[in-house]
Design a binder for this molecule. Structure first.
Ligand SMILES: Nc1ncnc2c1ncn2[C@@H]1O[C@H](COP(=O)(O)OP(=O)(O)OP(=O)(O)O)[C@@H](O)[C@H]1O
Ligand SMILES: [Mg+2]
Length: 260
């Protein structure tokens, strides 16, 4: 099996070397936890390795994505239109060939495929959708269906996909929880405020066909470097799940809603 490096060597080690080619992986977590920077690292690694790369941005402008990458010495500009296309779903400008006028799953797929053809290579490509949640913000019940559609079509086109999604703290489920079931892998980003300091963590909640690490890791975002793993916590995935009582309550309230 071919595995793709994320550009974070310590992270690659946790998943047997990298993300299996053709996978659809969700990066899920609260705001400011590092999802976009992780996705940019994956793209930067792809550019270095000669992979065609496409980055769809729905919440930040193309310029913002480029400027953020630059802070880690990842020069996206050098590759634009040659090996990298950044599709801006925010701009909604008809004059820009790589902007999305309408943010629908079908429009997105069409544009991504067009971009892949523009890059003129038969090599399997890397794709980031940042964020996927934007596609079903107004219709969370569609999350699963939309995610499934994207996964199926993009797999056919030989994309390995990282898709970011927001996290609903109240229910402890990724926004539009359907994404989590459809995804081949889930990397969960967390944050905590302890002793007056912001700390960030990641944990691999799922990676199909992979004997992956099951611990929580503290991460840091370092200028000039990107995401760095600081160390492993003595906490496993099971340990930070919501208490059973709370989960039961959520389940009951959801059932109630469905019965209305
Ligand atoms: N040059 C830098 N050096 C150190 N830390 C940085 C640098 N640039 C950004 N950061 C940190 O990264 C954070 C942003 O991370 P990122 O954009 O990846 O979050 P995110 O999970 O994508 O959030 P959102 O869900 O809001 O898009 C900033 O809040 C800041 O703390
Ligand atoms: Mg982001």
């Amino acid at each position: 099996m071919q595995r793709l490096s994320t550009g974070i060597p310590e992270f690659d080690k946790l998943i047997e070397g990298g993300i299996p080619q053709g996978f659809f992986v969700a990066l899920t977590g609260e705001p400011g936890t590092g999802k976009t920077i992780f996705a940019e690292s994956f793209i930067n690694e792809g550019l270095k390795e000669g992979d065609p790369c496409i980055y769809v941005t729905t919440e930040e402008s193309r310029d913002s994505i480029i400027a953020q990458a630059k802070q880690f010495n990842w020069n996206f500009e050098d590759y634009l239109e040659k090996r990298l296309i950044i599709i801006d779903a925010l701009m909604k400008e008809k004059e820009d060939p790589w902007s999305l006028v309408e943010l629908t799953p079908e429009e997105l797929v069409n544009k991504v495929v067009e971009a892949k053809q523009k890059l003129r290579t038969s090599r399997p490509a890397r794709l980031v959708i940042d964020s996927l949640s934007a596609l079903f913000l107004d219709k969370p019940a569609m999350a699963r269906k939309i995610s499934y559609y994207l996964k199926r079509v993009l797999y056919k086109w030989k994309f390995t996909v990282l898709a970011t999604s927001q996290y609903a703290i109240t229910t402890s489920e990724a926004f539009g929880f359907g994404v989590e079931h459809v995804a081949d892998g889930i990397v969960r980003f967390r944050r905590s405020l302890k002793d007056g300091r912001l700390r960030r963590f990641i944990v691999i909640e799922k990676m199909r066909q992979t004997n992956h690490d099951k611990y929580v890791w503290e991460i840091d975002i370092v200028p000039g470097k990107g995401i760095v793993l600081l160390g492993r916590l003595n906490e496993r995935v099971e340990d930070y799940a919501l208490p059973e009582k709370v989960k039961e309550k959520i389940k009951k309230s959801r059932e109630k809603q469905e019965n209305l």
